[in-house]
Design a protein around this ligand. Structure first.
Ligand code: HEC
Length: 177
């Protein structure tokens, strides 16, 4: 009997506003001297607070791409990489949007290398040529990702998915699909 009386009586006497946070007696956990993300830091490597990810780590939406921009690595990408997207209507439509926004200016509306900036920008290849048709999806993905000679890489402008989906649209232009 005594314990509930003391507890309830104490609560009534204190009448704490329960919508407010509780009292914190040792405040070290609540108010820690944390460094702000983009400030100097005397404790961490290089004197910066926000550290770079360790080599070899990938962010959640990132994809590993272990190829350099050489002919040998382009061929290897051609052998090793498979288009992860099936040629569905949605993927081809997405590819068309990407193509029309990013590639058409040079490669032309039907992929013949006759876009509006040609010949000021010299001679993009004709996607309907025998050499171009011989490229596998992986090789094309390598060109689109890292670039080749006069064509710049599109990794910084196009997401991984878009770079695969646009390949389906190139194949549609060639009437391979
Ligand atoms: C500024 C002009 C330009 C733009 C924009 C451009 N390309 Fe290219 N592309 C080229 C040129 C030039 C080459 C030939 C590069 C070389 O000489 O190796 C090429 C080559 C290629 C190849 C290799 C084809 C082959 O037959 O060898 C592919 C695939 C390709 N481009 C896809 C794309 C895609 C997809 C886009 C859009 C995301 C794009 N390109 C945007 C100019 C461009």
């Amino acid at each position: 009997m005594l314990l509930p009386t003391v507890v309830l009586g104490g609560m009534w006497l204190l009448r704490r506003d329960l919508r407010k946070p509780n009292w914190v007696i040792p405040t070290q956990m609540a108010v820690s001297p944390a460094y702000r993300s983009q400030t100097a830091n005397p404790v961490l490597p290089k004197g910066i607070t926000m550290q770079l990810p360790p080599p070899g780590t990938l962010a959640r939406d990132e994809h590993a791409f272990h190829y350099s921009n050489t002919d040998a690595d382009r061929k290897r990408a051609g052998r090793e990489l498979v288009n992860p997207f099936p040629p569905t209507h949605e993927n081809i439509e997405r590819g068309r949007l990407v193509y029309e926004a990013f590639c058409l200016v040079c490669h032309g509306i039907s992929g013949e290398g006759d876009g509006p900036v040609v010949p000021k920008f010299p001679n993009p290849p004709n996607f309907h040529s025998i050499e171009s048709k011989a490229l596998s999806d992986g090789e094309m993905f390598h060109v689109i990702t890292l670039g080749r000679n006069r064509m710049a890489g599109y990794a910084s402008q196009l997401q991984w998915d878009d770079r695969w989906q646009v390949i389906h649209y190139i194949r549609v232009l060639r009437e391979e699909k």
